[in-house]
Design a binder for this molecule. Structure first.
Ligand code: FMN
Length: 360
């Protein structure tokens, strides 16, 4: 059986695997271009690209310039499909989205907040708008608002389940009830919710399911359940092309299952990360005085924060993991070697092909 293509609007990916956006600076042009060249969709993260210490408008200008440069580099490396990931909680997100569209990006992936006004920022219907949701209810709210205000529907949804890396769209309490929020269950709910919108518009709304998808067998399971593709991030960290430092990748290789923990991010959301010296130090303090040169995240509660998340993520990216926050998905502990993106994609596609011919 051949591997089904992933179609989003006019875009056709030969392999139904989207490499999820990873901030800060973990998925930039190198990783995204490598995945796109192997037939998947490569996602550049737009988060935290400026020099934090500059602050204010200068930080925003640098972020836009750096994003433009990452997109240009990726486009130079590949003819494959590139997306850019945005977080609703980022202060200058609207200008970043405009920058990406201006640079020729055809797929805008938007998470951490409901993108109610996104069609207003990107009126061109040929640019694919792909919100990230963690529930059918969120998708319904977006679609209801978009159809009413703009006569537009989403080009696809990324459905992110509770085993994902980075910030999570679930409360701590929900994360302790995995049976109620399993990705399989969320997927069936979402597909059901999308049906009337698809019937009314006559267009398909593909669902890309992610969070804990680890191998080709997992991909096959998601496709069988009705997903059109999967989003994977953790597996792509341990590739030579991933834009993170070697120390960041080594933290994944060294992690054991019980090192993977849920933290409270200053953004107010839970996040998944690898327990390390940084997290141990943070646990010891009640309150820390956080110096905030630039309020990069609108949702960040600086007065209550124990650390600056932008700085902690930058330290980890750079390789100073003892002072850094190493975000990861629940399955990071299963990775034991670094591969090239070509090798990883070939492994995943081989496993997927084998799983598709087996009985479910
Ligand atoms: C290191 C890391 C950073 C991430 N950063 C972001 C981000 O900035 N924005 C976002 O929407 N998702 C982010 N994610 C989530 C991924 O894009 C993806 O949806 C999720 O991790 C998929 O699950 P998996 O890691 O088990 O494959 C991040 C994940 C990781 C592992």
């Amino acid at each position: 059986m051949t591997v089904p293509e992933l179609r989003i609007g006019d875009l056709v990916a030969r392999v139904p695997i989207v490499q999820g956006g990873m901030g800060v600076r973990i998925s930039l042009s190198s990783l995204a271009a490598a995945v796109a060249s192997e037939g998947g969709i490569g996602t550049i993260s737009s988060i935290g690209l400026g020099a934090l210490e500059e602050g204010g408008q200068e930080y925003e200008r640098m972020s836009r310039e750096a994003l433009r440069e990452e997109i240009r580099r990726a486009q130079e490396m590949t003819d494959g499909i590139l997306a850019v990931n945005f977080m609703g909680a980022v202060r200058n997100v609207e200008n970043l989205v405009r920058t990406a569209v201006d640079a020729g990006i055809q797929m805008i992936v938007f998470g951490a907040g409901l993108p109610m006004r996104l069609p207003e920022i990107v009126p061109d219907p040929s640019v694919n708008l792909v919100p990230i949701v963690s529930s059918a209810r969120a998708a319904d709210l977006i679609l209801r608002a978009w159809t009413k205000r703009y006569g537009r529907i989403a080009s696809a949804f990324v459905l992110e389940g509770p085993l994902a890396g980075g910030h999570l769209g679930f409360s701590r309490e929900e994360l302790q009830r995995p049976e109620d929020f399993a990705l399989d269950k969320l997927l069936l709910d979402l597909l059901e919710t999308l049906r009337p919108y698809q019937d009314r518009s006559g267009s398909e709304i593909p669902v890309i399911a992610g969070g804990g998808v680890y191998d080709g067998k997992d991909v096959a399971r998601m496709l069988r359940l009705g997903a059109s593709g999967v989003q994977m991030a953790t597996r792509f960290v341990c590739t030579w092309e991933c834009d993170a430092s070697m120390a960041f990748k080594q933290a994944y290789l060294d992690a054991r299952e019980d090192d993977i923990v849920i933290i409270k991010s200053p953004v107010g959301l839970p996040g998944r990360a690898i327990r390390n010296r940084f997290l141990e130090e943070i646990e010891k303090v009640d309150r820390a005085k956080v110096y905030c040169p630039y309020h990069c995240l609108t949702a960040c509660k600086v007065s209550e924060a124990k650390f600056c998340i932008a700085e902690a993520l930058l330290n980890a990216w750079r390789g100073d993991v003892d002072h850094g926050l190493v975000f990861c998905g629940q399955n990071a502990h299963r990775i034991d070697k670094i591969l090239s993106v070509k090798e990883l994609m070939a492994e995943l596609v081989g496993e997927l092909e084998a799983a598709l011919v087996e009985e479910p």
